[in-house]
Design a protein around this ligand. Structure first.
Ligand SMILES: Nc1ncnc2c1ncn2[C@@H]1O[C@H](COP(=O)(O)OP(=O)(O)OP(=O)(O)O)[C@@H](O)[C@H]1O
Ligand SMILES: [Mg+2]
Length: 377
């Protein structure tokens, strides 16, 4: 029997829940070619939501072309341009032959080479030029509009892990280049997804920044406990097992309704349940999940300074005023001036998220693990 919960991948229809409003908003933005920025911490469901919106939109419209790419591995503008060109050419090429002929037609000076990917078994284009020494941005960044015009289609380019560009060495110059090309494209929209809220906000909120007011910004929220409850109960029922509404609610609460972890905990729980789920099964599944991440969490803790570790413990203890003198001395945080430095370092590592005065540990299992292992001060 197929496990009715899925974690760590872009979801298929039946595994997907909630997000109705956001999907309508995205589809409206596709239709009107409104640029959109989607921001949330890791694994809250940005990519799954965009994939779902595209799939649904495609059943209603066929004069749109969608290009999806992930720029996680890009550390320079040149690497960005290579992925950008490659994904666009791949998208418009249904066969290996057309891949090569399209590459020759649109990006011939980038010396495209056709290779068979070991991982996917599909043909891919690799660009054989020394990208470092060639100013190629004009050709590459104008490709979507060029294709839109030639094919008489609207093009929507979805870029995942967009926060990466914040780490490019000359990021502002690069952002200016993007803006100058993208803002004039009348048949193209961009959907830019990213985690690391502070970097994304810096790129799109900073009033002096080139991409300020670039598009509609969606700060994705977690899926509510109510939605999870219905989903979990339904998935158990569909597979001949049973969990009470209260227990489903408890399950999601244990991991603070974090989408990835709710799916994972539900999966572990479902596997342990023969027919009726009990609280003991959920608790045991949670401990197993935590244990499986033990080494990863130990490594994270080892890589932090003592002050950073103590700061995380203070969050777990429910401290809100980190600059108060008793907090500083109790958690050995040094002077109040240190707090910003500690917070910045932890945000950069994606370990905490700050919204106004609220500071949270991003990973709810890491938080539970710290409470279990560390917060004994
Ligand atoms: N709408 C949803 N319904 C059910 N489960 C979901 C939903 N969205 C996300 N999930 C769960 O969270 C996991 C992570 O989702 P996804 O990869 O879309 O997140 P993401 O925000 O793109 O993550 P990252 O920042 O790492 O790219 C999914 O594999 C799934 O287990
Ligand atoms: Mg993603």
């Amino acid at each position: 029997m197929k496990i009715p919960f899925a974690s760590g991948k872009i979801l298929e229809d039946r595994d997907f829940t909630a997000r109705e409003e956001e999907i309508v908003r995205l589809k409206t933005n596709f239709q009107s070619l409104t640029n959109t920025v989607v921001v949330s911490p890791r694994r809250w469901g940005k990519s799954s939501m965009v994939a779902k919106a595209i799939k649904s939109f495609k059943t209603e419209q066929n004069d749109f072309l969608f290009v999806r790419m992930n720029i996680f591995k890009c550390a320079t503008p040149q690497e960005f341009y290579a992925v950008f060109a490659q994904k666009i050419i791949e998208e418009i090429s249904p066969s290996a032959e057309s891949l090569l002929s399209n590459a020759k037609e649109y990006i011939s000076h980038l010396l495209p080479k056709l290779t068979l990917s070991d991982q996917t078994g599909k043909y891919e284009i690799s660009l054989g030029i020394d990208l470092k020494n060639n100013p190629i941005e004009d050709d590459v960044l104008d490709l979507p509009q060029q294709i839109a015009t030639l094919k008489n289609k609207k093009v929507v380019v979805c870029i995942d892990e967009f926060q990466q560009i914040g780490d490019f060495s000359d990021t502002l110059k690069f952002q200016k280049i993007l803006r100058s090309h993208w803002q004039g494209q009348s048949d193209v929209a961009y959907i830019l997804c990213g985690c690391k809220r502070h970097i994304m906000m810096n790129i799109f909120d900073g009033s002096d920044n080139p991409l300020h007011h670039f598009g509609d910004v969606i700060y994705l929220q977690k899926i509510t406990n109510d939605e999870w409850k219905k989903f979990i109960v339904g998935r158990f029922k569909d597979t001949g097992k049973s969990i009470s509404t209260d227990l489903a609610c408890y399950l999601a609460e244990q991991v603070e309704n974090h989408p990835y972890y709710v799916q994972q905990l539900a999966q572990y729980t479902w596997l342990r349940t023969i027919d009726f789920c009990s609280k003991d099964i959920v608790d045991e599944a949670l401990q197993t999940m935590m244990n499986s991440l033990n080494l990863q969490f130990v490594n994270i803790m080892d890589s932090l300074t003592e002050k950073q570790r103590n700061f995380l413990c203070a969050i777990c203890d429910g401290v809100v005023n980190f600059s108060a003198s008793d907090t500083l001395s109790r958690y050995k945080l040094g002077t109040s001036g240190n707090i910003r430095i500690i917070k910045d370092a932890l945000k950069k590592r994606d370990l905490i998220d700050e919204t106004g005065k609220d500071i949270q540990i991003q990973d709810p299992i890491f938080k539970l693990w710290i409470i279990r292992e560390f917060a004994k001060m």
